[in-house]
Design a protein around this ligand. Structure first.
Ligand code: F3S
Length: 714
C-alpha cells in the first residue's frame, strides 16, 4: 500500500452532529432518546454515561421524561402521544427531514397522493409517512410500476414523489424516469440530502481513484451502506480493531470514507492504524467541486423539477449580513431553530439571542413566533445558516441609542461589567459606559452590587465612529425622585405612615427617605427608651416605618416619628400605677435638686432632694448613688405635664420600710393609698417640706415622666 486517501466529507453530517451535540448538552434529567440517536455504539455509550438513555418507543417513555427526537424525525402521532405523556420534547429532527414532513403534510392536505422512495423499515420513512393520510413507499422502480399497475386511476392523480434523505441517487433517478411516464401530474422532488449526495458522489470518485475504499461506519446505518454501494470495491469496518491491515497489503491506493453517523475519533483511529502499520502517508481528497449554486450538485442542477430547484424558484438566497425573518420551529437549551423558508436550516445559538443570562430562551420566544435576525454565516455545503438576533438588535440599538441621545429618552439596559471608572451597561447589545458619579450609588457603595441589574439611563454622549457611548443612571433616578417628591407633597398629612429608608444619621437624629423626599426623625422619636445615638437602634439602608409629626411644605421640612404610639410607656405606666403605690425604682441620674429614678422602662420620676431621706442632706449623693434600687412611694402623678413625684421619705416616716414593694410593672404589687398600711403623703406641691429643700443654682424644674435624652437637641 503506497497511499491512503481520506474523503473530505467523511463523518458526521450536519444533522447528526447537531443531534449529538444537542443530546450531550441536555441538562434536564431524566432524559431519553426515542430510539438510538445514531448507529454508533461509541456515541451511545457516551450518552448513556451522561444519563441519556434509549427508549424504544413512546409507550416505553415514563411520564414527564425529557425526550430527544432524533434526526430521523417522527410522525405527528408521536408528538401527540408525547404531549399526552407530558414529556418535554427536545426536537433534534434534521431540518432537511422536517422540510420533507412539511411538504408531504401540505400535499396530503391538498388531497395529493404521497409517494416516498426509500426503505419502508427506515425510521425516517416511518416518520415521513406519519405526516400524510395517504402515503406509499417504494424501494425501487419495480415496486413503483407495480403500484401504478394496481391503481390505474393514479395515472392522472395529483401526486408528489419524495425520497428518503439518504437514498441512492442512481436508484432515485431510475424511479424518477419511470414516474414521469406513469403519472402526468406527479410533482417529483429530489429530497436526497445534500450531505448524503456529496458523500456518495465523493465516495464514487474516491473509488475511481483507488483500488479499494474502506467505509468506516455501522453496518446497520443506511447511509454507510449507501456509501459502500456507491464504490466499485469497498469494505465496511466498524472500528480500528476490526480493520485487518494485512488484507490491504496488495493494494496500492486505499481510500477511506465514513458514514454520516461515524464520529471523528473512530475515523482517526482507523486512519492512524493504517498509516502507522503500513507506514503510509495520508492524503485528503482535494475539493474539486466547481462553481455551483450553493448546496445544489451538478446532477441536481440538471434534474427536471428537483427539490432544490423548487426551493430556488420560490425562495431567496441567503447571504452573510442579510436581515431575515423566520418562524421559530423548536427551542432547545442551546439554540433556537428557525424556519426561514430557505433550503438552509437556520438556528440562533442562545448567546446570539440575548445577552441577558438570567433568562431562558423560552422566557423570550416561543415556537411559532416570527423572529427577525441577522445572518452570521451560511454554510451551503452543510446546509446551515447561523443567525443572530442580538447582532440585529445591536444594529437597531445603535440607531435607537443615537436617537435617544437627541430626545433624552430613557433607555433600559443590564449592567454587565464594572471597571475602574464606572460600569458598562448593555443596552440591547450597545455598550454604554456610566461613570461612577452617574451610577446613582452612594459614594462608598461597591459598583459590583450593580452587576446583572436592570437599570434605566439617559445617553449623555454618543460617538459612533469611536464606538463611545456614555450614559447617566443618576439623571433618571433624580427625575423619578422629583416626580415622587411632587406626589409626596400633594398628599402628605400629619399622622400619615410611610415605609422609609434610612439615608444618613447625625448625633441628633436620622434622615429618612420616604419616597423622593427626606424627613428627619429626631433621636427622641426613634424609641421610647433612652437612646444615646440613632445608630443604637437603626442603621443606614434600613427600611423603617415612620409617620409624619409635622411638616412645612414651604421650607420643605418634614418631622417624622418612628416610635409606636401604642408602645408609649406613659400609657403603660398609667395602666399599672397610681398615686400612693409603693415601687422599687432605680436611680438613673443625680441632680442638685434631687434624683431621677426609673419607675419602668421609659418612665422616670423625680425624688426631690427633700424626699430622699427623712433627715436633711446637702446633696442627693450624700444618701443615694446612681444605680441604687430604692423603695419609694408615688406621691403625685401630673397627668397634664406627665410628671411623677416619688418619695422615699414618705415610707420612712411611716416606719413601714418592710412594706411589700413592687419590682416593676410586670410583677408590681400595687399598694393602694387606701390601704391601711400606707398613708400617702402629698408632697408634690412643695409644702413645708419642699420649702426646706436646699437652694440650687439651677431653678428646680419638674421633670417629665417620660425620658428625654438630655444630650440631644433639635
Ligand atoms: Fe440531515 Fe442529511 Fe444528515 S438529512 S441527518 S444532514 S444525512
Amino acid at each position: 500500500m503506497k497511499k491512503v486517501i481520506l474523503a473530505r466529507t467523511a463523518g458526521f453530517c450536519f444533522g447528526v452532529e447537531r443531534a449529538v451535540n444537542l443530546a450531550l448538552s441536555i441538562t434536564e434529567k431524566p432524559c431519553c432518546t426515542l430510539g438510538p440517536l445514531i448507529h454508533n455504539a461509541r456515541v451511545l455509550n457516551q450518552l448513556d454515561a451522561r444519563g441519556v438513555s434509549v427508549c424504544d418507543g413512546v409507550d416505553a417513555v415514563p411520564d414527564g421524561h425529557t425526550v430527544i427526537i432524533r434526526s430521523h424525525g417522527v410522525g405527528r402521532d408521536v408528538y401527540e402521544a408525547l404531549e399526552r405523556k407530558h414529556a418535554r420534547v427536545v426536537d433534534a429532527t434534521c431540518p432537511y427531514v422536517r422540510r420533507i414532513h412539511e411538504i408531504v403534510r401540505e400535499c396530503a392536505e391538498n388531497g395529493e397522493l404521497v409517494l416516498i422512495f426509500g426503505d419502508p423499515g427506515h425510521p425516517e420513512v416511518h416518520g415521513t409517512l406519519g405526516w400524510c393520510t395517504e402515503g406509499f413507499v417504494v424501494r425501487d422502480e419495480h415496486e413503483l410500476k407495480a403500484l401504478f399497475a394496481q391503481n390505474s386511476d393514479w395515472a392522472t392523480r395529483q401526486a408528489v414523489f419524495v425520497s428518503q434523505t439518504t437514498a441512492r441517487r442512481d436508484q432515485w433517478g431510475r424511479c424518477e424516469n419511470i414516474l414521469k411516464k406513469l403519472c402526468t401530474n406527479a410533482k417529483i422532488l429530489d429530497t436526497i440530502c445534500v450531505a448524503t449526495n456529496d458523500r456518495q458522489r465523493e465516495a464514487a470518485e474516491l473509488s475511481d481513484r483507488t483500488d479499494i475504499v474502506i467505509v468506516v461506519g455501522d453496518r446497520g446505518s443506511a447511509n454507510t451502506r449507501a456509501l459502500a454501494d456507491a464504490c466499485r470495491n469497498a469494505v465496511i469496518v466498524q472500528s480500528a480493531e476490526e480493520l485487518d491491515c494485512g488484507s490491504l497489503s496488495g493494494y496500492q491506493h486505499v481510500g477511506v470514507t465514513a458514514g454520516a453517523s461515524t464520529p471523528k475519533e473512530t475515523i482517526e483511529e482507523v486512519v492512524k492504524k493504517m498509516t502507522e502499520e503500513m507506514k503510509t502517508p495520508i492524503n485528503e481528497v482535494p475539493d474539486e467541486r466547481n462553481e455551483q449554486q450553493p448546496g445544489v450538485s451538478s446532477e441536481e442542477q440538471n434534474a427536471g423539477e428537483s427539490f432544490a430547484e423548487l426551493l430556488e424558484q420560490s425562495l431567496k438566497t441567503l447571504n452573510t449580513g442579510d436581515k431575515v425573518v423566520g418562524i421559530i420551529t423548536a427551542i432547545t437549551p442551546t439554540e433556537i431553530q428557525v424556519d426561514l423558508g430557505t433550503k438552509q436550516a437556520a438556528y440562533i445559538p442562545f448567546d446570539e439571542l440575548t445577552d441577558d443570562r438570567s433568562v431562558k430562551a423560552e422566557d423570550l420566544v416561543k415556537v411559532g413566533d416570527e423572529i427577525e435576525a441577522y445572518v452570521l454565516r451560511v454554510n451551503d455545503v452543510e446546509g446551515i445558516a447561523k443567525l443572530s438576533k442580538l447582532r440585529l438588535d445591536t444594529v437597531k440599538s445603535w440607531e435607537d441609542v443615537d436617537a435617544a441621545r437627541d430626545t433624552q429618552a430613557v433607555l433600559e439596559g443590564i449592567v454587565i461589567e464594572e471597571n475602574k471608572g464606572g460600569v458598562v451597561v448593555s443596552v440591547r447589545g450597545v455598550r454604554v459606559f456610566v461613570p461612577s458619579s452617574q451610577t446613582g450609588l452612594p459614594k462608598d457603595a461597591p459598583l459590583s452590587s450593580m452587576i446583572r441589574k436592570k437599570v434605566k439611563l439617559r445617553i449623555t454622549e454618543f460617538n459612533r465612529p469611536r464606538r463611545r457611548v456614555v450614559g447617566s443612571i443618576r439623571s433618571v433616578l433624580q427625575e423619578s425622585r422629583r416626580q415622587e417628591a411632587e406626589q409626596i407633597w400633594t398628599s402628605i398629612e400629619v399622622g400619615k405612615h410611610y415605609d422609609g429608608v434610612v439615608k444618613s444619621m447625625t448625633s441628633y437624629g436620622a434622615f429618612v427617605d420616604i419616597g423622593g423626599v427626606d424627613g428627619m426623625v429626631h433621636v427622641s422619636e426613634l424609641s421610647w427608651n433612652r437612646v444615646k445615638q440613632p445608630s443604637d437602634v437603626i442603621k443606614i439602608g434600613q427600611n423603617i416605618d415612620v409617620y409624619v409629626l409635622s411638616f412645612d411644605a414651604e421650607k420643605k421640612k418634614i418631622s417624622l416619628g418612628h416610635r409606636k404610639l401604642e408602645d408609649n410607656p406613659w400609657n403603660k405606666f398609667l395602666d399599672v400605677f397610681k398615686k400612693g403605690d409603693v415601687v422599687k425604682v432605680k436611680v438613673v441620674k443625680l441632680m442638685p435638686f434631687g434624683a431621677f429614678a426609673e419607675v419602668m422602662p421609659g418612665v422616670d420620676g423625680l425624688i426631690h432632694i427633700s424626699q430622699i431621706t427623712d433627715h436633711r442632706i446637702g446633696k442627693p449623693g450624700d444618701a443615694i448613688n446612681e444605680g441604687d434600687l430604692v423603695d419609694v412611694m408615688i406621691t403625685d402623678i401630673d397627668l397634664e405635664r406627665k410628671k411623677i413625684s416619688l418619695s422615699a421619705r414618705a415610707l420612712m416616716e411611716q416606719g413601714r420600710d418592710d412594706a411589700p414593694v413592687a419590682d416593676g410593672p410586670d410583677e408590681i404589687v400595687a399598694i393602694s393609698s387606701e390601704s391601711e398600711t400606707v398613708i400617702a403623703a402629698d408632697l408634690a406641691e412643695g409644702g413645708s417640706e419642699e420649702a426646706e429643700a436646699p437652694a440650687t443654682e439651677t431653678p428646680i424644674e419638674e421633670p417629665s415622666a417620660v425620658k428625654v435624652d438630655e444630650e440631644s437637641a433639635e
